[in-house]
Design a protein around this ligand. Structure first.
Ligand SMILES: [Zn+2]
Length: 187
């Protein structure tokens, strides 16, 4: 018969590993949307193509404010900017990108920079010649390449951030397919 030893190691397992290992920082998919609860790391895979990526992954800040706030742009840009900076919600998330998608992102950023410089140069040249069409072309070039470059370079885009966590768009289906479904949020 065993003598009672209050200091012996417990025989019952203290921790039972879940069947599906959960990445740190709960995340799951809802259709094409990536849901993230709290700040945390996503699985160490490219969010576009699901290729493995080295860790640690770089954390980036994502911002969101209610879309109705854009109505303030009709009033005044500065008022919008101040209010947006005050009320916007922020979440820091580490999302992975493989080498190929990192390169593609750099190309989009390069386009944004080149287009901005070329656009400013064209506006200056048009101003010097007092040529309205050249100035207009410069502005269109600047804005279109800047917007296209920044949208193309986006890793994730926050479609909502609130106390409940964040919703992101921009993940590839291959990455989303590896995530648990919506039922995981209660688990
Ligand atoms: Zn990739």
């Amino acid at each position: 018969m065993d003598t009672f030893n209050p200091y012996r190691a417990p025989s019952a397992p203290l921790y039972v590993a879940p069947v599906r290992p959960r990445p740190s920082g709960a995340c799951w998919r809802e259709g094409a949307v990536l849901r993230v609860r709290g700040e945390g790391e996503l699985p160490a895979r490219c969010v576009k193509c699901n290729a493995p990526v080295p860790t640690p992954m770089q954390r980036r800040s994502y911002y969101w404010h209610h879309p109705a706030l854009y109505l303030l742009l009709l009033v005044n840009f500065l008022i919008y900017l101040v209010v947006a900076l005050i009320v916007r919600k922020q979440l820091r998330v580490a999302a992975g990108l493989c080498d190929a998608h990192r390169r593609r992102r750099r190309h989009w950023l390069a386009l944004a920079w080149l287009g901005t410089f070329a656009g400013i140069g064209t506006v200056i040249a048009g101003t010097g010649n007092e040529h309205g069409a050249t100035i207009l072309f410069g502005f269109v070039l600047l804005l279109s390449t800047l917007v296209a470059g920044l949208i193309g370079a986006r890793i994730l885009s926050a479609s909502r951030i609130d106390a409940d966590g964040a919703r992101f768009k921009g993940c590839g289906e291959a990455f989303l397919a590896g995530l648990p479904g919506a039922e995981a949020k209660t688990g």
